[in-house]
Design a binder for this molecule. Sequence first.
Ligand SMILES: [Zn+2]
Ligand SMILES: [Zn+2]
Length: 92
Amino acid sequence: MQTVEAGRSLPRCELCGNECEKPLEVRREGVTHVYDCLECAVHSLAPVCGQCGCRIMRRPVEIEDRVFCSANCAAIYYDPGFHNDMHQLVMQ
Ligand SMILES: [Zn+2]
Ligand SMILES: [Zn+2]
């Protein structure tokens, strides 16, 4: 069992600043990001739905340069009154 020496700085989570002995490193677009846990990594890296604002953990629905958590959100965003037809279009 190793003890942490006084004065030695541990890596810190990029998001919350928490020190961690075993950081989670995520490499994206050539840049390495360091987090203390998966939650912080997801919160920081996952795209945000253009309609409902949630973090997208699965494969996002991409339309033009926007991302949505679901076809339903994309449909509501583009035409709230045309809900069902847009849903069909996105799902193709
Ligand atoms: Zn963190
Ligand atoms: Zn959404």
